[in-house]
Design a binder for this molecule. Structure first.
Ligand SMILES: [Zn+2]
Length: 266
């Protein structure tokens, strides 16, 4: 496994029984589903997306609505990666991680998310992933231990990404574009706002490539609209009457707009 001990940062080795241990004898049991909890116990409570959001995202992504993005990321990874060690930061329920490994089976893919519910689902999706519950601000990985870091819509901590990458390592990031789901927002809010794109410059990286992927998504069943709505942040920020209005729609056509960046560690 390509994770380190969150307490002392020494490498972790997996014993026959599945327990991961460092040389200082800190040990982490493997959960039944096959992941490790590497969040320190001082970080109490539940974190990240809750089960309802995780399941809505799984159901929505399983319709294939964002498959073109997953395919495109797989292709960019094949094109730019100079080595097999991939880290998916904030992997959620593992939809993209799973497809990337399936399309590039020679890769060694590690992934983590701060939501335990999300990681459980990722473990069910693909047994070939090295999975942990962990946070992006203090990643349990050694310096320079990955050839590629991936960030699909997850909070970005550039210094940690930089630290995890080997010399010349590649960082691939996808973010929502300005028009992303605009019709869904328009159906929800009286004054919808477009997404703001932040500056593409990242300290310590050079930008190799950027592209925009847009297409129209036709949701022809109320259930599809519901799962899409429930996986967005709007689900929890919306007044009841606005929420009911969007959830009563029979169909919806909305823009999908992603921006993909490929960086190289300078
Ligand atoms: Zn340790």
């Amino acid at each position: 496994m390509n994770f380190v001990c969150p307490k002392c940062r020494e490498p972790l080795f997996v014993s026959d029984g599945g327990t991961a241990k460092c040389k200082n004898n800190h040990s982490y049991d493997r959960a039944r589903q096959g992941y490790y909890n590497l969040l320190l116990t001082s970080v109490g409570g539940t974190h990240g997306d809750n089960l309802e959001m995780v399941e809505a995202r799984r159901d929505f992504l399983d319709t294939g609505a964002y498959l073109p993005l997953a395919k495109r990321i797989s292709l960019l990874l094949r094109k730019y990666a100079r080595g097999p060690r991939v880290l998916d930061v904030g992997c959620g329920e593992g939809y993209y991680t799973d497809i990337i490994l399936a399309e590039n089976p020679a890769l060694s893919v590690s992934a983590f998310d701060i939501s335990r519910d999300a990681v459980k689902h990722a473990a069910k999706r693909n047994k070939g992933l090295a999975l942990a519950v962990a946070g992006a601000y203090d990643m349990p990985v050694a310096d320079g231990s990955f050839d590629v870091v991936l960030n699909m819509f997850s909070p970005l901590v550039p210094a940690e990404v930089h630290r995890a990458l080997d010399e010349g390592g590649i960082f691939i990031m996808a973010v929502p574009g300005e028009e992303h789901l605009f019709a869904l927002k328009s159906a929800t809010y009286k004054t919808p706002y477009k997404n703001e794109l932040s500056d593409s410059a990242l300290d310590g990286f050079s930008l190799l490539h950027t592209e925009r992927l847009t297409y129209e998504l036709r949701l022809d069943e109320p259930e599809k609209i519901r799962t899409l709505f429930m996986m967005t942040p709007y689900a929890y920020r919306t007044r009841k009457e606005d929420r009911e209005r969007v959830l009563s729609l029979k169909e919806l056509a909305t823009e999908v707009d992603f921006v993909i960046f490929v960086y190289k560690k300078a």
